[in-house]
Ligand binder design. Structure first.
Ligand code: NAG
Length: 174
């Protein structure tokens, strides 16, 4: 059966009235923080919950936060802060997790339960975080780098796994 002209108009009007509220409410929805999607409970821990600064960090020569990361930092600044990191002691953002914002360009030495346990490392947009297994941030020692949204594999499928090895990290935007 082909609907009469008036019932077609009514159907179209009903469709528009259904969709309009959806369209307008979608426009005001704020970007959802990616960490919530992977299980973050919304608590920002004090920086000292991860560890403490050992002193200033100088990024390795020839490296800098990528253009993509810088761009995300400006576009999505409202879903995190450069220097913010979400870390978990298991892969797949599992096990004990925590989120804290560290000062940029500082070498953070991790305390228990994070030292030598991290298997998921997720920086907020806008910074690159370098991680080390050396007990310091000496760039001559093994180092890994992470950018938003991070890596939840421990690097266990690579020849350079960082699973349960990180003692220190430092985030930088330069
Ligand atoms: C959220 O997780 C933190 C650890 O990151 C924990 O200390 C806190 O108690 C949790 N809060 C709630 C409401 O579950």
């Amino acid at each position: 059966m082909v609907p009469s002209r008036s019932s077609r108009v009514a159907i179209v009007a009903a469709f528009i009235s259904l969709c309009l509220p959806l369209a307008t409410s979608a426009a005001v929805i704020k970007p959802k923080d990616w960490k919530l999607a992977v299980g973050w409970n919304g608590t920002t821990l004090p920086a000292s919950a991860f560890g403490r600064s050992m002193g200033p960090f100088t990024p390795p020569a020839g490296t800098s936060a990528s253009a993509a990361s810088q761009k995300l930092g400006s576009v999505q600044a409202d879903i995190g802060r450069p220097g913010g990191v979400f870390i978990c002691i298991n892969v797949d953002w599992q096990g004990e997790c925590g989120y804290a914002v560290q000062p940029l360009n500082e070498c953070i030495v991790l305390d228990s339960p994070w030292r030598d346990t991290i298997s998921s490392f997720g920086p907020d947009p806008g910074a690159t975080c370098f991680a080390f297994s050396s007990g310091n941030c000496d760039t001559n020692d093994g180092e890994w780098s992470f950018e938003y949204p991070g890596d939840d594999t421990g690097g266990i499928w690579t020849t350079d796994s960082w699973n349960d090895k990180i003692t220190n990290f430092a985030c930088t935007t330069s």
